[in-house]
Unconditional design. Sequence first.
Length: 226
Amino acid sequence: MICGTSIGSLNGALIGSGWNADQLEAGWYNLNNRGIFNISVVRRLKYQIKKLFRRNPEWPGYLSNEPLRQLLLESIDVARLRDDNPNVVVAATNIRRAKLEYFVGEELTIDHILASCSIPVLFPWVEIAGEQYWDGGIMANTPILPALDAGAVEIIVVLLAPLAGSVMELPNSTAVRLFGVVAPQSMSGVQTMLDLDRESVKRRVAEGYGDAVAQLSGFMDRSLQS
């Protein structure tokens, strides 16, 4: 099972569509040519005009999410994503209800993935079935609840920020047999979220790979032993 939120939902959806590690790496290297972070000039102009005439317009976001939508449409095999090999779960935040919602199986669409990646204020929210959704990371940066509910006994958590506290052993009462965490060694800064320069992405991929090798070595040893 892959449980993703924000950019994790995008990576999870690509893996669920059949992408392997080499394809994921190549895809990230090519993103800087896709204009993913286009400034939404037209939407903001419409917003200002409607506001001038007191029409109570919806906030348009500083950036357009249409390039990202197009990328998802081209890259993700929805039919394959909806099967259970692996089971992909996407988290998004229902804005009006202040509630985290999980989407899986036949209900999962491109819009759910887009919503999960829509950072508040930077991107407009995504409306699905009359409800408005923003980035799932608002309410759950580590969306492992579906895995726990499904009875997972080996869980790997991938974080984009360093661990804030010391590492502690899991309580003996937990049903989770093995728990591994991959996290960067230092804070990269908010600006890296919008930095898709090829060399910057290559550096972060290399750092993430190094962290994974170092931090999961004990997890893999214990997994083999069990």
